[in-house]
Design a protein around this ligand. Structure first.
Ligand code: GLN
Length: 232
């Protein structure tokens, strides 16, 4: 611990529901890989923080306008975002995948999206990917604020598919969320912890230092094991 971090309570924005990275358990507590990483790193580096589950897009906007000190939300480290945010070292690999209803036996590739609606989540890598291929494959985008609403739109049949981060959708499919994955993952950016560009540099440094320490101690692996291990 350093003197610089004594006293201050950092406000950290996150998503509402993005299992296994952040979600509410049966008692309404926010749990998940991001929540446990933050707790372990804060303990290691001796700083205080509070979590604000704002939703992904709202959290990113709150960070941009300095209403929160940092964001941990399965947030992809993109070149576009690096213009306005500083990121920690990457802590988890990701990439976008297409989800369709578990009962759908007709959609096998992006070609099958022609003339259909595709659900996306505002401000995400999945949204950007869908947008980048929408005119080529002739589908329309329907935006939602959170992953649960996006999935529901596919399950109820309003949208034919959605685009979501692979580790998140794969976790959901394993929990029988009513969706399945039939296409390959698009290569994508890893997740990082973000602060506003040039702001909260001490927090960013503590995050990186703590991440190194919890990787060395085995705590990082234990956290992953808990949520995405063989016995999770
Ligand atoms: N990883 C994606 C992004 O950064 C989605 C994050 C999320 O929905 N919480 O855009």
């Amino acid at each position: 611990a350093t003197e610089a971090n004594s006293g201050k309570t950092y406000v950290i924005g996150t998503d509402i529901t993005f299992a296994p990275f952040e979600f509410q358990d049966a008692n309404g507590n926010f749990v998940g890989i991001d929540m446990d990483l933050m707790a372990a790193i804060a303990k290691d580096q001796n700083f205080k923080y509070e979590i604000k589950a704002l939703g992904f897009n709202a959290a990113v906007q709150a960070l941009e306008s300095n209403q929160v000190d940092g964001v941990i939300a399965g947030m992809s480290i993109t070149d576009e975002r690096k213009k306005v945010f500083d990121f920690s070292e990457a802590y988890y690999p990701s990439g976008v995948v297409m989800g369709i209803s578990a009962n759908n036996d007709t959609v096998k590739s992006y070609e099958d999206l022609r003339g259909q609606k595709v659900a996306v989540k505002t401000g995400t890598a999945g949204y950007n990917f869908a947008e980048s291929i929408a005119s080529e494959y002739g589908f329309t985008i329907v935006p939602f604020e959170d992953s649960a609403q996006m999935y529901l739109d596919v399950i109820t049949g309003n949208s034919i598919a959605c685009f979501e981060d692979q580790p998140v959708l794969a976790y959901g499919v394993k929990q029988n969320n009513g969706l399945k994955i039939v296409t390959k993952k698009e290569e994508g950016d890893s997740y990082g912890f973000a602060v506003s560009k040039g702001k909260n540099q001490e927090l960013l440094q503590m995050f990186d230092a703590g991440l190194v320490n919890i990787k060395a101690s085995g705590e990082y692996d234990q956290i992953l094991e808990k949520y995405v291990g063989d016995n999770a």
